[in-house]
Write a protein that binds this ligand. Structure first.
Ligand SMILES: Nc1ncnc2c1ncn2[C@@H]1O[C@H](COP(=O)(O)OP(=O)(O)OP(=O)(O)O)[C@@H](O)[C@H]1O
Ligand SMILES: N[C@@H](Cc1ccc(O)cc1)C(=O)O
Length: 482
């Protein structure tokens, strides 16, 4: 019985797609949005989904998400069967991101991880960039109206967010909702969509209720946000065959606005599904977001792979297992094994954090990004003997105190003198003592001779030298122009 219903649901979705003139909501909706495809960069590791496999061979993605703590709510329990039914085509799943900043952040990564799980289980991921919706501003979870974005910022943000998603999620289709919203006419929207949206239900949505109670209230513009997102789902369902929308738990109201419009306007039941995941919270209960201080950005120009790695490496023990389940694709058995090891005497501290940092940095920045992060981490390790290159020094430069001198003052200066003038050590005698003990390093190489003078080849790329005293203290000497 269930299978019969779901097959019908899929037929509906395909049927409506094949009828371009059914319910033409706007006379001018004719152009298809731009589709960007990307080659698979992150290999799809099906071995990680070996359990929870249905007889069809397509693993049950809903159960996988649930087991990992990535499932908050479903609009219909039916999705559990639909997602692994061998008689049905794969699902097309979308997650939307408003380009309200130049980069996505660690909280947004959950949406990408969930899309990736769908993909790993044989479904098609679609990322929607909210070029139109970002101009309106999602009131969900916001106590104040969002500031308006100028077009230049919006375009910069759109490129940043698109690049990040395509870099991380190979094989994803990327759409921008401005491509259809720019054609929409108000009167037709009111006639064809607004008519089906009930104000009674719109004002009960969490995002609206909270704001209506606040002092600032809510503008009509923001009030319509849920309808815009709702219409996106309808548009994608009809034109792209997208039948699932995912989002953080704060998106529930917007997602159900979409499933309701599909049900009422297209008169189909159980054909479009919504799935939400819990928001990623720090152990103090605050949300990872862009408004929080020190957002954990995914764009390497805002946060280097090294810094992302370091952040994850220092996640507290209480959070690390939860983060491994949510943010990585490691087998659950391996995660449970790590969890048990953490309890045992002799556990090497930060083993779980190291695994988390490696997995997430590789997922976000690729193997090259992880290699860069590991190299910089090694270079910063107390007493490390890594030969430094310009890239590595640049990566760590923000984390090390620095000073600057003109080239001619540094060249041929004795290392002992430079150690003092750079502020690394207090006196020449302290520098000589350390040198004798084997604790003075130039570009991570131990220096033995008291007579060592700076030579051109010591100045990395003609720009920098790294001095280290013992295991912890480092100073970066930068070469200034004058
Ligand atoms: N901490 C988080 N955990 C999981 N999902 C998140 C998190 N933060 C945002 N998201 C999801 O990312 C998408 C975009 O969120 P949105 O831009 O509203 O949040 P944000 O980037 O945290 O913004 P702000 O910091 O301005 O509130 C939404 O689907 C939202 O549910
Ligand atoms: N509302 C989502 C973004 C989004 C935009 C349009 C959609 O169709 C779906 C999701 C957010 O706050 O980021």
């Amino acid at each position: 019985m269930a299978a019969a219903t779901t097959s019908r649901a899929f037929l509906y979705s395909h049927y409506y797609r094949s009828l371009p003139f059914f319910f033409p909501p706007f006379s001018t909706v004719s152009r298809l949005p731009t589709l960007h495809h990307n080659n698979l960069r992150n290999p799809i590791v099906l071995s990680t989904v070996k359990c929870l496999q249905s007889s069809s061979g397509r693993p049950n993605v809903v159960e996988i998400l649930e087991e990992r703590g990535l499932l908050e709510s479903l609009t219909s329990e039916h999705l559990r069967q639909v997602c692994s039914d061998p008689n049905l085509p794969p699902l097309k799943v979308y997650c939307g991101f408003d380009p309200t900043a130049e980069s996505l952040h660690l909280g947004n990564l959950i949406g990408i991880v969930v899309l990736s799980w769908f993909q790993r289980c044989g479904h098609h991921p679609v990322a929607l960039i909210g070029g139109a919706t970002a101009r309106v501003g999602d009131p969900s979870g916001k106590s104040l109206e969002r500031p308006e974005l100028d077009l230049e910022t919006l375009s910069r943000n759109t490129s940043g967010v698109t690049n990040t998603i395509m870099r991380i999620l190979g094989g994803v289709s990327v759409l921008n909702n401005y491509d259809w919203w720019k054609e929409v006419r108000l009167l037709e929207f009111l006639k064809d969509v607004g008519r089906y949206a009930r104000v009674g239900s719109m004002i009960t949505k969490e995002s609206v209720k909270k704001r209506l109670e606040s002092e600032q209230g809510m503008s009509y513009t923001e009030f319509t946000y849920q309808l815009l997102q709702g219409y996106d789902f309808l548009h994608l369902f009809r034109n792209e065959g997208v039948n699932v929308q995912i989002g953080g738990s704060d998106q529930w109201g917007n997602i159900t606005a979409g499933t309701e419009l599909i049900r009422k306007i297209l008169r189909v039941d159980a054909a479009a599904y919504g799935l939400t995941f819990p928001l990623l919270l720090k152990s103090d209960g605050t949300k990872f977001g862009k408004s929080e201080d020190g957002a954990i950005w995914l764009s390497p120009s805002l946060l280097s792979p090294y810094k992302l790695y370091q952040y994850l490496f220092s996640v507290p023990d209480v959070d690390v297992v939860r983060f491994l389940k949510i943010l990585t694709f490691l087998d659950m058995d391996d995660i449970k094994q790590l969890e048990r090891e953490m309890e045992r005497p002799g556990y090497l501290p930060n083993t779980a954090q190291r695994r988390l940092a490696e997995e997430v940095t590789r997922f976000v920045h690729g193997q090259d990004g992880l290699d860069e992060a590991l190299k910089a981490t090694e270079a910063m390790r107390p007493g490390a003997d890594t030969k430094l290159d310009w890239n590595t020094i640049k990566t760590i430069s923000e984390d090390v105190p620095s000073c600057s001198f003109p080239y001619h003052q540094v060249l041929d200066l004795s290392l002992v003198d430079l150690s003092v003038s750079s502020g690394l050590l207090d006196s020449k005698s302290a520098a000589r003592r350390l040198l004798k003990q084997g604790g003075l390093y130039l570009n991570n190489s131990r220096v033995d001779s008291e007579n060592k003078r700076i030579e051109p080849q010591d100045i990395v790329d003609g720009k920098l030298l790294l001095l280290s005293a013992g295991k912890k203290n480092k100073v970066l000497v930068q070469i200034s122009d004058t």
